[in-house]
Design a protein around this ligand. Sequence first.
Ligand SMILES: *Cc1c(COP(=O)(O)O)cnc(C)c1O
Length: 396
Amino acid sequence: MYQDFKNHLEEELSNIVSAGLYKNERVIVSPQGAKIRVADGKEVLNFCSNNYLGLSNHPALKKAAADALETRGYGVSSVRFICGTQDLHKQLEASIARFFGTEDTILYAACFDANGGVFEPLLSEEDAVISDALNHASIIDGVRLCKAQRYRYANADMDDLENQLKTSQAQRFRLIVTDGVFSMDGNVTPLDKIYELAKKYNAMVMVDESHSAGVVGETGRGVTERFNLRGQIEIITGTLGKAFGGAIGGFTTGKKEIIELLRQRSRPYLFSNSIPPMVAAAGIRVFKMLDETNKLQDKLHENTLYFVDSMKAAGFDIKPTESAICAVMLYDAKLSQDMANRLLEEGIYVTGFYYPVVPKGQARIRVQISAAHERAHLDKCIAAFTKVGKEFGVIH
Ligand SMILES: *Cc1c(COP(=O)(O)O)cnc(C)c1O
């Protein structure tokens, strides 16, 4: 049997290679940060991580993790409801709820699990999920696991959302679900308009704050802060794997009855291990830090503004962004790869994206800004883009 299957796999793999979609992993031999060392020993400036607040290698988090390693051990060897709930897990859940202004929180091993386990326990075939077309893969998979009727609206298109809401009026409960920030363009979901439509058509709202938490809003509380909707949204999901230290872990936070039912019925919560004490302790430290000071959020906002303005001034075509994601539009797939490779030679690590990750003819280089970047790093990146952009005739 395996010989046939092996042939089949080899064919699949060679199809991926010939479509130019084979993903090679670049090996990094340093901690995550503004500067990273890659396996060949070269040091490069990193502009493609989700380390938005520069916390991935922060001394305070490492200390909190090390202390918890000593006092609570390495792992808990249990799901939460058997013997896997430490004081740290409860404290982290409370910290997350305070951060978002919500009633309660449930932790998961990842946001992929939070999204995978949120729809099925809450909604059934009488209900409707109305989902933005560009929502994250984990939302799409989560929706597939539930029996609710599925509706889809074009990215951030409020006329289309209104149509879907009208069509779904026969259903018992309606849940609109959206990413807070869409990762390819960096645009923020129009949550104010979504909220109004939800009121008008009697629906609930869920927002995945993975790319927006820590980033969007004056104090980085995400899109609910940006649109003055703290405490108004029924469900928020998010990750500890991006702005909040970048290790592992996800959460759902929101109305307390929803969280309570998820603790009883959500399968990735019930049937998967608790997050390690180190991760919980470092998470608590992150939210304490973000409560005490707005320094990192302010620096991230300043850095992003500076970078985007400078790139526009240099003549680049930049997608409108309200996040720390800056899409440098090149439109041509090969150009996006060639330019990213050339930038790496200049010591700037960025990623080019093209179809099917983005629509055909919409290839780009995505730059992600971090509070870990100093002005000199940004200037070096802008200078490299300008030099390479001129070489390729993208700017003049
Ligand atoms: C990154 C991301 C996730 C997955 O988060 P993990 O914690 O890494 O599983 C889910 N949703 C969105 C919108 C994301 O950007």
